[in-house]
Design a protein around this ligand. Structure first.
Ligand code: HEC
Ligand code: HEC
Ligand code: HEC
Ligand code: HEC
Ligand code: HEC
Ligand code: HEC
Ligand code: HEC
Length: 373
């Protein structure tokens, strides 16, 4: 012990010395501040000649406001943490840093995601001499948390940029419904965890409520939501509590309802999209005991793209189906019979209502119909 204490003293004094040196040498420390970079790169007019842009110039502008809302800035990642080959700015030169900078290595900080990506059909095209960058999907300066995104947003921001799912999946009936309710990676990344997200939905504007909007309607804050709903304080919203919440909602605002989506957990495994391994087995989802429906949560989105999740008892889904469609969908066999009918007959779609998750949108659909008549 004594030895350690003795060792600490010189280290600390070296630290103090370095600090003094840094303070007297602003060119080294302060130059690494974002503000210095933005002095030039915050100028919308800053372009590079001979760039790869349309007219031979490329914008070098970084929108400081948008950058400051990014998940990286909010986690104290600086410009030079990514542009790591800039160690100092030298204003004696026309250009204070090298003209050609090394490409940014996202994997330096996101090892797990990078490894999973390397093991995907997209990562493997490297062997064909094509490199798909991380920002082909993610963007770079303006990355936000992904959890709050709806299925449509997740698909449009990622997969749909390059793939049109309607050009394949001929074997899948009701394509539009699947693509609207089931995120691509739910089927395409077999190792990913799946969740049912119940989000508040506005029947008039046909959009999801932002967390703060629905909380305003309910008259509570983020921290007060669960204590208000979970009256028996067991940390799970059960069927009875859920029904009270629905009632409360109806009293406060008659066009607010729930909308259910089947989404993938935002985790590294979501990258492992590979050829020939996607889920094709209807029974995996279309069965009363489907493992895809084990995790159900009410989701309140936040401004920064993150979410508050509140666990909901799966029975909530089943209780509603019991009332309307569960008699048909209750057993796997009956369900698949129904699907069989649709595949052969084609036209009986209206009669088929088998999926537990669908039940939550019944009122939504009915209300839509009512507003039409
Ligand atoms: C005095 C103005 C100025 C400052 C300060 C400045 N840059 Fe630049 N930067 C430029 C100009 C001009 C270019 C375009 C150079 C060229 O002609 O290709 C550039 C180019 C770049 C590029 C593109 C390089 C490439 O290889 O394509 C990056 C990235 C960059 N700067 C990052 C930064 C970062 C990070 C900082 C802060 C540590 C910073 N810059 C500070 C003026 C500046
Ligand atoms: C999360 C990592 C990350 C952070 C943080 C970051 N950059 Fe970048 N930046 C990139 C990537 C990736 C590129 C694309 C090309 C490459 O790989 O260098 C890029 C490109 C650029 C370019 C070239 C023009 C363009 O938009 O493609 C400039 C200029 C630049 N960054 C400046 C900055 C400045 C200034 C900051 C801080 C305000 C900053 N960057 C913060 C990752 C980052
Ligand atoms: C083909 C599109 C695509 C590419 C390319 C891609 N990602 Fe992702 N990334 C995703 C999807 C999809 C998710 C999960 C979000 C969701 O389900 O909506 C994700 C999630 C993430 C997350 C959050 C989850 C976690 O692991 O913490 C990080 C970080 C991430 N990606 C980093 C990277 C990095 C680093 C690369 C490059 C090595 C990369 N991504 C390349 C599509 C992509
Ligand atoms: C210097 C370290 C560093 C680098 C380099 C870096 N990131 Fe990040 N990234 C972080 C940190 C820290 C977070 C926030 C903590 C978290 O959510 O994991 C983050 C979060 C993310 C997220 C959000 C995940 C979520 O919560 O939904 C994505 C996506 C992401 N980064 C992609 C990228 C991409 C793409 C690049 C390269 C252009 C990159 N990162 C480069 C440190 C870094
Ligand atoms: C930047 C464009 C791009 C994005 C974004 C993208 N992909 Fe791809 N994808 C490709 C390319 C290119 C290939 C072909 C790879 C090859 O030929 O080996 C591919 C291949 C595939 C394959 C295998 C196709 C086959 O022939 O069997 C699947 C499945 C796939 N992608 C699904 C997805 C999913 C799911 C997403 C969203 C998470 C996504 N892709 C996002 C470009 C993209
Ligand atoms: C219900 C599950 C499911 C959903 C949802 C789904 N896919 Fe697929 N997809 C499959 C299966 C199964 C295949 C057959 C080949 C395979 O296993 O990769 C396939 C094949 C593909 C292929 C390869 C097509 C070809 O030419 O062979 C691409 C690309 C693709 N899907 C992209 C997407 C995208 C993008 C989305 C989201 C908009 C999506 N998929 C949603 C199950 C699904
Ligand atoms: C990954 C899970 C998953 C897989 C695999 C899957 N489905 Fe679905 N399916 C869903 C979800 C979620 C919905 C949306 C339910 C709704 O409309 O609310 C849906 C909707 C449907 C609908 C329309 C329901 C209605 O009443 O409008 C039919 C029909 C259907 N699926 C048949 C199939 C068949 C046949 C297969 C196999 C070829 C299959 N599904 C595979 C999850 C899945």
């Amino acid at each position: 012990m004594k030895k350690m204490k003795k060792l600490k003293i010189p280290t600390r004094s070296i630290g103090v010395c370095l600090l003094v040196v840094f303070c007297l040498w602003p060119g080294l420390v302060l130059a690494l501040d974002n503000a210095e970079c933005l002095d030039c790169h915050g100028d919308e007019g800053l372009t590079r000649e001979n760039g790869s842009g349309d007219n031979g110039s490329a914008s070098l502008y970084v929108d400081a406001d948008k950058f400051n809302h990014s998940v990286h800035h909010m986690n104290d990642i600086l410009c030079v943490d990514c542009h790591a080959d800039i160690s100092a700015l030298d204003y004696d030169n026309d250009l204070p840093h090298p003209r050609e900078l090394a490409g940014v290595d996202c994997a330096a900080c996101h090892e797990e995601a990078a490894a999973a990506f390397g093991d995907s059909v997209h990562g493997k095209i490297k062997s064909k001499g094509i490199t798909m960058t991380c920002y082909a999907c993610h963007d770079y300066h303006y990355v936000t948390h992904l959890a709050a995104a709806s299925v449509a947003e997740r698909e449009n921001n990622f997969c749909a940029k390059c793939h049109n799912p309607y050009q394949s999946h001929e074997w899948l009936p009701k394509q539009a419904e699947h693509f609207a309710f089931v995120e691509c990676t739910v089927c395409h990344a077999p190792g990913v965890q799946r969740h049912i997200h119940l989000k508040f939905f506005d029947l008039v504007t046909n959009t999801f409520y932002k967390g703060e909007e629905i909380l305003k309607i309910l008259g509570v804050g983020y921290d007060e939501f669960m204590p208000m709903v979970d009256t028996n304080k067991d940390g799970i919203i059960d069927k009875a509590e859920f029904e009270i919440l629905e009632l409360m909602l109806r009293q406060k605002n008659d066009h607010a309802t729930f909308h259910a989506e089947l989404v993938a957990e935002v985790e590294a495994a979501a990258h492992k999209v590979n050829r020939g391994v996607a889920e094709k087995n209807c029974e995996k989802c279309h069965a009363a005991d489907s493992p895809y429906f084990n995790s159900v949560a009410i989701v309140l989105t936040k401004e920064d793209g993150s979410v508050d999740q509140h666990q909901v008892d799966r029975a909530v889904l089943e209780s509603y189906s019991l009332r309307h469609f569960y008699i048909y969908a209750g057993t796997r066999v009956k369900l698949l019979d129904k699907i069989g009918i649709i595949l052969i007959g084609g036209a009986v779609a209206g009669v088929l209502g088998h999926l537990t998750i669908r039940i939550l949108t019944i009122r939504l659909r009915r209300a839509r119909k009512n507003t039409k008549t």
